[in-house]
Design a protein around this ligand. Sequence first.
Ligand code: FES
Length: 177
Amino acid sequence: MNDVSMLVDDEERIQEIVHRLQAFSNRRENLIPVLQMIQQTCSYLSPRAIECVAAHLRVSVSEIYGVATFYNQFRFHPPGRHQIKVCLGTACHVVGGDIILENFERKLGIRDGETTPDREFGLERVACVGCCALAPVAVVDDTTHGHMAPSKVEGILLGFQIKKDQAEREGRAGDES
Ligand code: FES
């Protein structure tokens, strides 16, 4: 998806949010249900969506951020095409889960909870994913990677890069034929 189509997509979603907000009265108690609705619609709480909520519920943007950041169910960045979840449950934490997270952060140039500017990768920490025997664990899209190590972080990202390069080459070859 290029930048222009992302913007069109975002604009359509904002229109949808404005429409769906009509189903909620402007009582403050609706704040959490409204934020949940937005997250369901857009996968995250964008600054523009939060402004729409502020106008609808007549509360300040900073108050909304204050409430939303209290709950870790809310995201403030769009998810990446590939979502990387690093387990920081106890079993993973004690064997270096935080080092794995740091490695992904460094390689991708983003922090936990963020998405790369091209929206290719999103990175987040999660609680136990249920396979502690494989600690430390990372889940990339739907694949669980156990016994993670910095070299595996590199390998996973390299794998995506190789596939992307290949797809671009094939796309170019298709254009030329
Ligand atoms: S703590 Fe990471 S899988 Fe259980």
